[in-house]
Design a protein around this ligand. Structure first.
Ligand SMILES: Nc1ncnc2c1ncn2[C@@H]1O[C@H](COP(=O)(O)OP(=O)(O)OP(=O)(O)O)[C@@H](O)[C@H]1O
Length: 236
């Protein structure tokens, strides 16, 4: 199990720690979701886990090597002129997987007919002509085809509609069905977590203030509304 204990981090030239005594353990059979206000420290934590920043204090356990990690950062630049299939080719090339010309159906099966059809549709469309939700779904879907031990997705569901958010969450949940894979995402949206097996972490001001299942989260704050639970959690 990938875990960490007592992690602290301070940016050079900053006075205060941005991560404060963080201890977490990630489940392999669930999507691990980190929620928190803007600036809570989620991206910093991802950057530390993946080695973008050097570790300062605390212990990390069982973190895979760089080539076993997929890290989807926020706002990665891609030309809007390239087609879905060009992005797919790039992803496959990076991973050393065999890419075939023509229809994606000859070598990619997403295990869901509607999603296979969506992939076929986006395959031939320019990135710039896709909706934001379609684009994010395509990125997550193609990246999740790569065989890695750990996947980190930084806000893959931001700025998209509830239906597309759920599709992306379900895609990540599918990854957790494969043994030996740990999936971690950050998110500002909590409602769709009801529909996936997840472990939720709430980060506030550099500290983990909750970790447990979605249902434990609601029960802790005695509500059925995750946004109200979140509000209580960060204001305690
Ligand atoms: N390079 C940096 N140098 C100094 N401070 C930084 C740096 N990068 C981020 N910070 C600060 O660290 C804190 C945490 O930022 P971080 O990007 O990790 O938050 P986040 O939880 O991912 O936010 P968001 O939800 O907005 O993406 C913020 O106060 C931010 O201003």
């Amino acid at each position: 199990m990938i875990s960490m204990k007592g992690i602290n981090y301070r940016y050079p030239k900053s006075k205060n720690n941005v991560l404060k005594d963080i201890s977490m353990s990630f489940d392999e059979d669930k999507v691990n979701v980190i929620a928190g206000l803007n600036g809570a420290g989620k991206t910093t934590l991802f950057d530390l886990i993946t080695g973008v920043y050097p570790k300062q204090a605390g212990e990390f356990h069982n973190i895979p090597t760089m080539d076993e990690i997929l890290y989807q950062i926020q706002g990665a630049f891609l030309s809007l002129m390239i087609l879905g299939k060009d992005y797919a080719r790039l992803v496959y090339k990076i991973s050393g997987k065999k890419f075939k010309k023509g229809s994606p159906s000859s070598f990619i099966d997403l295990g869901d007919q509607r999603e296979n059809e969506l992939l076929e549709k986006l395959w031939w469309r320019e990135i710039g002509q896709m909706s934001v939700g379609e684009r994010r779904w395509l990125y997550v879907t193609l990246l999740s085809q790569l065989d890695r031990k750990m996947y980190l997705f930084d806000e893959p569901t931001s700025a998209i509609d509830p239906s597309s958010r759920l599709k992306i969450c379900k895609r990540l949940e599918r990854l957790t069905k494969e043994p030996g894979k740990t999936v971690i995402m950050s998110s500002h949206h909590l409602h769709e977590l009801e529909f996936i097996a997840c472990k939720l972490f709430v980060m506030n001001n550099g500290r983990i203030t909750f970790q447990g299942s979605y249902h434990e989260f609601l029960a802790t704050y005695d509500t059925t509304n995750p946004d109200i639970a979140f509000d209580h959690c960060i204001n305690l």
